[in-house]
Design a protein around this ligand. Structure first.
Ligand SMILES: NC(=O)c1ccc[n+]([C@@H]2O[C@H](COP(=O)([O-])OP(=O)(O)OC[C@H]3O[C@@H](n4cnc5c(N)ncnc54)[C@H](OP(=O)(O)O)[C@@H]3O)[C@@H](O)[C@H]2O)c1
Length: 314
């Protein structure tokens, strides 16, 4: 099969590999599309170095193919699989979606939402799942601020917070203002012109770049700041210490910092399927690249030019 092949960190090529064989609890997918996010860049580069201690491979990547978000069609069923059949259209996550075929654990798959394309479905799992988990507990009428609202996670954050009945403010740079408005944000701040003002019940921080003090002051007493992630933390820890420090700060302040470690599970993707089929969420697909240019797609996301979610269509 054609695939992006990655034998060591910092180096990958477009080439050929044998089609993988599904093991226990897994299915073989004919991949139709693969979502691209900063996580793919981290695993291609092995940076921040902390990721090498998190089970993805210390000296080199465990998976010979990058890519995690996936949509596709079940081609073969491994041992002990129930609930899925050959021919099912699915979406979710796996190791190695930048390929014509990939093996996926069924625990990380759900049925593809009706009424959207495979390209749109592949834009959902990691970013949509992260936003959904970060916004748990939001009540109708609450004020939610989404930092990085025009990016992968933020674009779902705006829509899911609106679906929960919140008043939503998005913060992004100029080229993403139109998208964030179209996603339903009640207010949009272009941070290149003026930074956001006001106080919020929940801040979903997908952009980084603000101090904990700035975030705390913009949150009401009893409110939460969900730290999703940022690319501002350096090559060693990626800013993990900011999350640790926020937990210490929780002992002294009336707001709560919540460093998010999102989970990838079929049940979560199924919740997203329901929101999409109800019309509450629409994947904001930005640029679409062919498989042979998957590494350019990752560069595109890394360069911050990406608006919404970038996808590789196979
Ligand atoms: N905790 C978790 O489980 C989890 C899960 C998924 C992703 N993440 C992390 O969360 C972050 C957001 O993910 P994403 O997929 O939404 O990324 P994304 O698509 O790149 O969007 C992030 C947005 O943040 C802003 N941004 C990017 N770099 C910035 C910088 N250096 N300073 C200030 N703002 C910056 C950009 O918006 P503007 O250009 O409009 O400013 C961009 O649209 C990433 O760091 C990712 O690795 C964490």
């Amino acid at each position: 099969m054609k695939a992006v092949v990655q034998r060591r960190y910092g180096s990958a090529v477009f080439g050929e590999l044998a089609v993988p064989v599904p093991g226990k609890g897994e299915v073989l997918l004919e991949v139709r599309a693969a979502g691209v996010d900063m996580g793919v860049w981290h695993l291609l580069e092995g940076k921040p170095y902390l990721v090498r201690f998190l089970g993805f491979g210390f000296r080199g990547p465990k998976s010979p193919v990058p890519g995690r978000d996936v949509s596709g069609v079940v081609k073969e069923i491994g041992p002990d699989v129930t609930g899925f059949e050959v021919g099912d259209e699915v979406f979710g996550t796996c190791e190695g979606s930048f390929a014509e075929y990939a093996v996926a654990p069924v625990s990380r798959l759900a049925r593809k939402p009706a009424g959207i394309s495979f390209t749109e479905a592949a834009a959902v799992p990691i970013s949509g799942g992260t936003a959904l988990q970060g916004l748990r507990g939001v009540q109708a009428g609450q004020r939610v601020l989404v930092l990085g609202a025009g990016g992968g996670v933020g674009s779902y954050g705006v829509q899911i917070a609106k679906a929960l009945g919140a008043h939503v403010t998005g913060v992004c740079s100029t080229s993403k203002v139109g998208l964030v408005r179209s996603l339903g944000a009640d207010e949009v701040f272009d941070h290149t012109v003026a930074d956001f003002t006001g106080t919020y019940d929940l801040i979903l921080d997908c952009g980084g770049g603000r101090t904990l003090s700035r975030l705390r002051k913009a949150t009401v007493e009893g409110g939460r700041v969900v730290l999703v992630g940022a690319e501002t933390g350096g090559a060693v820890t990626g800013g993990f210490e900011k999350s640790l420090f926020s937990l210490v700060l929780n002992l002294f302040v009336k707001q709560k910092f919540v460093p998010l470690m999102s989970q990838e599970r079929g049940e979560i993707f199924d919740e997203l399927r329901v929101l999409i089929e109800a019309g509450d969420v629409k994947p904001a697909v930005g640029e679409v690249f062919p498989l042979s240019e998957a590494l350019d797609a990752v560069d595109h996301v890394y360069s911050r030019r990406s608006i919404g979610k970038t996808v590789v269509a196979i």
